[in-house]
Every structure is written in structure tokens, then in C-alpha cells.
Ligand binder design. Structure first.
Ligand code: ZN
Length: 313
């Protein structure tokens, strides 16, 4: 079985309950190519693990004992991840949305050795940033399993934060990624020109940016590829009305393509509407393979190599 890497997930989301199971068994026994025990040595080399386990989850408003966050889609995170590992998940990058979720992402990365963290501030939360939040995120990004800054960017579809606040927040995230020499996970919704302009103004480095859930045109894809920046493609490519991403795939170089779920959102067909998780990545890979006229295994091979290079995992 060929495994795959999910480069954008939100297992910190309340749609997944964080009921605590025996993570060590999950780390050691399920999925291909993983060694147990790696997580603890990483934790030892990083920030204080004891300060960020269950305590970190509680501080961030999540009940680590499993009593909270039981919504209509509630499930045990262990069970979801076990299923994903059985379907071939090698690694997943869990993306934060603010300082609190950055802390949860680090706690989950400490619990599961195949989970890595991206810490940063989403444009939706730009106007809610409190004094000290960027310093907290900076500290969390020094953890051994923090592999990227994000997700960060601009969202003009919802405009949940005023645009001036979004611009400032995006710039802060780019500065964090440059200062710590970590790649940047970009969220761009209907803000293509401004995202490109701010990335250029802040001199985001060549090869160190990924446009997650890429939704731009083929023309913009050429500009992005010209900077050596990456694209990650998720469930939207399977939707019946997907036209732009199909056109963009024709110009996205193989060496800049990655796969993601953006779970619990963006569930691929034929399961659109259900809660998403990493076990659906093969549906996305199969559709991309069909569009490109290659075998699905080839898509797994090249996207895994790209994700390992980009995130250094
Ligand atoms: Zn996301």
C-alpha cells in the first residue's frame, strides 16, 4: 500500500473530540513507515512537554478527559486517526488558527508521532489578536514538531476581520516564518492580488510558501510557480463544477504539488457534506491522477516527496 501525507488538517477543530485513548499504540502499530518513541525524544528536545499536554488542551478550552466538544459529528480523535492510518496516512500537518489553537496543535503533535503542527493566525481571527499572542506563537514555533507558520493570509469572501487587520496579521505571520526559517501556509480566498503583493513586499522566500486549497487561475498559478512556491489541492478538485483547479493543474509543476483535506471541511465527492478526515485523501489523489492521465500511485509518490521536502519531515 502506498501511503500519503495530508498537508492541511484541523484535528484541533471542535468537530473532533479529544477524548484521550492509548496514543502510544496508535503511534507504534498503525500505518506504514513509522517508528514509535520518536515523539518523546522530539518532545524532550523541544519545549516542556509536561506543560503542554492535557494542561495545554484545558487552557485552550478543550476538555482533555473527553467531556467537552461533543457536537453532532463528535467522534473520538483516536478512532478517526486510526482509520486514517489504516487507509495509508503517513503524516498530517495540523494547522492552527490563532494562539490558542496553536497550543492545541503542539499538544496533538506531542501525542501522535505522525502529526506535525503549523502555528499562526488565520485572517478570520486577525482582529481578535491580543497583546502577546504573536510572542506565544513564536515560542510554540520553536517546538521540534512545529514545521510551518500558518495558516495565514487574506479572506475577502467572509471578511470576518477588517482588511487592515488582515493585512497586518498576514505580514506578522510572514515575518515569523522568515525569522524562524519555517515555510508558510497561505490561505487565500478571493484575495489573490493582495496576497501576492504582500508576499512580494515582505519578501517571502523562494520555495517557502504553499497556497493551501488552491483556488486561483492558471495564470496566477504560473506566477506562483515562478517563485518556486507550492500548491496544495484538496476535495474541491472532485466537485462536479471544478473548472479553475482543473485548468490550474495543467500548469502546476509536478514538483510543487501537494495533497490536503482541510478537514473537517471540504469533503471530497462522493462524500461531500460529511465530516472530512485524512482517510479521504486517496479520493483526491485518484481524481488528480485521472485529470493528469497517470496512475494514482504516481500522485502519491510525487506529492509525498514534495511534502517531505517542503515541511522537512
Ligand atoms: Zn485550513
Amino acid at each position: 500500500m502506498t501511503g500519503f501525507i495530508d498537508t492541511h488538517a484541523h484535528y484541533n477543530d471542535a468537530k473532533f473530540t479529544h477524548r484521550s485513548g492509548e496514543a502510544s499504540a496508535l503511534n507504534k502499530d498503525a500505518g506504514p513507515g513509522q517508528s514509535g518513541g520518536e515523539g518523546s525524544s522530539r518532545a524532550a528536545a523541544g519545549i516542556d512537554a509536561a506543560g503542554l499536554g492535557a494542561a495545554g488542551l484545558e487552557a485552550a478550552g478543550i476538555d482533555a478527559a473527553g467531556l467537552g466538544a461533543a457536537g453532532p459529528f463528535a467522534d473520538e480523535l483516536d478512532a478517526v486517526l486510526l482509520r486514517a492510518r489504516e487507509s495509508g496516512l503517513i503524516a498530517a500537518i495540523n494547522c492552527a488558527e490563532d494562539a490558542d489553537t496553536s497550543e492545541i496543535c503542539i499538544a496533538l503533535a506531542e501525542k501522535y508521532d505522525f502529526i506535525y503542527a503549523a502555528c499562526g493566525c488565520h485572517p478570520h481571527n486577525a482582529s481578535k489578536v491580543r497583546p502577546g499572542d504573536y510572542e506565544r506563537i513564536y515560542g510554540l514555533l520553536k517546538h521540534q514538531k512545529a514545521v510551518a507558520v500558518g495558516e495565514a493570509g487574506l479572506d475577502y469572501h467572509y471578511d470576518f476581520s477588517p482588511r487592515e487587520a488582515q493585512w497586518d496579521c498576514f505580514r506578522e505571520n510572514i515575518r515569523l516564518s522568515k525569522e524562524l526559517d519555517l515555510p508558510l501556509v497561505v490561505h487565500d480566498r478571493e484575495a489573490h492580488m493582495d496576497v501576492m503583493n504582500i508576499l512580494r513586499e515582505e519578501k517571502a522566500p523562494e520555495g517557502r510558501v504553499v497556497f493551501h486549497c488552491y483556488s486561483g487561475s492558471a495564470e496566477m498559478a504560473e506566477l506562483i510557480a515562478g517563485q518556486g512556491w507550492y500548491f496544495s489541492v484538496g476535495g474541491a478538485v472532485t466537485f462536479k463544477n471544478a473548472r479553475r483547479i482543473v485548468e490550474a493543474l495543467a500548469v502546476i509543476p509536478d514538483e510543487l504539488l501537494m495533497l490536503e483535506t482541510d478537514c473537517p471541511y471540504m469533503t471530497p465527492e462522493p462524500f461531500r457534506g460529511r465530516r472530512n478526515d485524512s482517510s479521504y485523501v486517496p479520493l483526491i489523489a485518484a481524481r488528480i491522477a485521472e485529470i493528469k492521465g497517470v496512475e494514482t500511485g504516481e500522485i502519491f509518490g510525487l506529492t509525498n516527496a514534495n511534502a517531505r521536502r517542503f515541511f522537512g519531515i
